[in-house]
Design a protein around this ligand. Structure first.
Ligand SMILES: *[C@@H]1O[C@H](CO)[C@@H](O)[C@H](O)[C@H]1NC(C)=O
Ligand SMILES: *[C@@H]1O[C@H](CO)[C@@H](O)[C@H](O)[C@H]1NC(C)=O
Length: 530
């Protein structure tokens, strides 16, 4: 008797899930019947799916009360359905507003984030607040909320505000009231926007120049904490902010809090010129390497110029007392005054070029690659990269063939993990030809990695048209060593290190790489392959 009760109890527990199991048969009707559905496409064996499961369950239970159902689809059983929705990795999360209107969910795979995101999706982009109670409750409904105060006949402000709300609805909650008494009680004159936040000064008021752009700028600036936190959710925002970011690395939450407090006055003084944020060195410590800090010595401080992707590591690492308001304040002031030199990571310049391939490091890059009249073929490699190792003997051979033309053609390589170079690279190895006369527009090599094809590439695309063809033709092998579609996860941080300055495009890509690195370290967003 006892046993069977226990068994029954267990069975009931196992079945009591608030996540709806959907199949090819039930899926369509389900998303038709519900205005808003979050669906997870998963595979039973996928580790990231297993990690998500309890978070997803928790979110489903909370969101059930708000009538927002969460569903899951086992793609090993429902292959057709998963294919129809373009599922390429597990887990894939999608937000359905009916069968046609589908958007990816790409936020963190945590219950809290899912709840917050789906709650925002379920509300009209602007909630109407016509009583003191509704307003008061709304003010604390999220970390950051905005309330518009304007009169019923002020259509212009209303329309502008709704446009902004539609655009930023994933980031903030938007409310509005036309009640003049509520505006008065808040101490603002219609039309006005007030941003409420649960940190720093608590609220900010926007009363002038009711344009969409100004409002968006206001919302972004006012919602950025004086000393914030770098993580997968905030990283892209900091990179897009258009001003440098100062990082405070520390392993413990208490220390981060106390350092943030100590450096607040510095952040306050530089508001608008520099963003300040702490970063969890336990989870994202590898990122310190991208800033040319020594990984493992905490706490640490560094500034990144996000526009030029220059790094300014603060040299004293590993002692809290060195990160005092006074010392960091001085460093930051020097930085703002342009008195701090960016740090460029480089191996030492080789005393002598020994092998057939010329060794490039950050410090001789300008001289060997740019400031001359030669066609320079440069390979960007990483020591651990298998494709690079496979290429090495062929690359040596190629260099040997061009040896007699060394006044016109240089075959070179650079370890991009140890040297800050300005080029955009998307995987290892990357090969570029800097031809004489147009060094600012290197040509990417995308052919097969054979001696023959490389030699032909130099002949055809180089300025000097050097032909070593007769020899090349005797070389055997048209083996095609495909470029990896994507850099392996471990390369992400290495990639970001390799980009120091230059065109914005490059920076954006580098930022993406750093973001990947951060996210990978945090093990939040990885997909298991199909
Ligand atoms: C803004 O306009 C909408 C649509 O006309 C209306 O429902 C809403 O009440 C207006 N908001 C305010 C605060 O007047
Ligand atoms: C020369 O460069 C172009 C552009 O990258 C490329 O399409 C072409 O194949 C190259 N020529 C050879 C012989 O590799």
């Amino acid at each position: 008797m006892k046993i069977s009760t226990a068994v029954l109890g267990f069975a009931a527990l196992a079945v009591a899930s608030d996540v709806h199991d959907l199949t090819g048969q039930t899926f369509n009707d389900f998303v038709k019947d519900h205005d808003l559905v979050l669906a997870e496409f998963f595979a039973p064996w996928c580790g990231h799916c297993k990690a998500l499961a309890p978070e997803y369950e928790e979110a489903a239970t909370t969101l059930k009360d708000k009538s927002i159902p969460l569903a899951k689809i086992d793609c090993t059983a429902e292959q057709e359905l998963c294919q129809e929705y373009g599922v390429e990795g597990y887990p894939t999360l999608k937000v359905f507003r009916g069968p046609q209107n589908i958007a990816p969910y790409s936020g963190p795979r945590k219950a809290e984030a899912i709840i917050s995101y789906m709650t925002k999706q379920s509300l009209p982009s602007v909630s109407l607040l016509q009583s003191t109670e509704a307003l008061e409750e709304f003010k604390t409904a999220d970390k950051v909320v905005l309330v518009g105060y304007f009169s019923t006949d002020d259509k212009t402000s209303n329309v502008t505000y709704e446009e902004v709300a539609d655009q930023l609805r994933d980031s903030f909650l938007f409310g509005a009231t036309s009640d003049e008494a509520l505006a008065k009680a808040e101490g603002v004159t219609q039309p006005a926007i007030v941003l409420y936040k649960d940190f720093d000064e608590g609220k900010n008021v926007f009363e002038e120049g009711f344009t969409k752009d100004k409002l968006i700028d206001f919302a972004k600036a006012a919602s950025t904490p004086l000393v914030g936190e770098v993580g997968p959710e905030t990283y892209a925002g900091y990179m897009a902010a258009g001003i440098p970011l100062a990082y405070i690395f520390s392993e413990s939450a208490e220390e981060r809090e106390s350092l943030a407090k100590a450096l607040r006055p510095v952040a306050e003084k530089q508001k608008g010129k520099l963003n300040f944020a702490t970063i969890d060195a336990k989870a994202f410590g590898q990122h310190a390497g991208n800033l040319n800090l020594e990984v493992g010595k905490w706490p640490a401080f560094a500034i990144q110029d996000t526009e030029k992707n220059q790094k300014f590591p603060y040299s004293a690492q590993g002692s809290v007392s060195d990160l005092s308001e006074k010392k960091i304040g001085k460093f930051v002031e020097d930085f703002v005054a342009g008195k701090v030199e960016p740090s460029v990571k480089s191996e030492p310049i080789p005393d002598k070029q020994e092998g057939p391939v010329t060794v490039v490091v950050a410090k001789n890059y300008q001289e060997v690659v740019i400031d001359n009249d030669k066609d320079v073929l440069l390979e960007f490699y990483a020591p651990w990269c298998g494709h690079c190792k496979a290429l090495a003997p062929k690359y040596d051979e190629l260099a040997g063939m061009f040896k007699q033309y060394s006044d016109k053609v240089v075959i070179a390589k650079v370890d991009a993990t140890l040297n800050d170079v300005p080029d955009e690279i998307s995987g290892f190895p990357t090969i570029k030809l800097f031809k004489a006369g147009s060094k600012d527009a290197p040509v990417d090599y995308s052919g097969s990695r054979t001696v023959e094809d490389l030699a032909n590439f130099i002949r055809e695309n180089g300025s000097h048209k050097i032909d070593v063809g007769s020899k090349a033709e005797t070389m055997e092998g048209v083996e095609t060593d495909q470029m990896p579609k994507q850099a392996p996860a471990a390369t992400a941080s290495d990639l970001s290190e390799s980009v120091t300055e230059g065109i914005k495009d490059t920076i954006t890509k580098a930022a993406g790489a750093i973001k990947d690195a951060i996210i990978d370290d945090g093990e939040v967003e990885e997909h298991d392959e199909l």
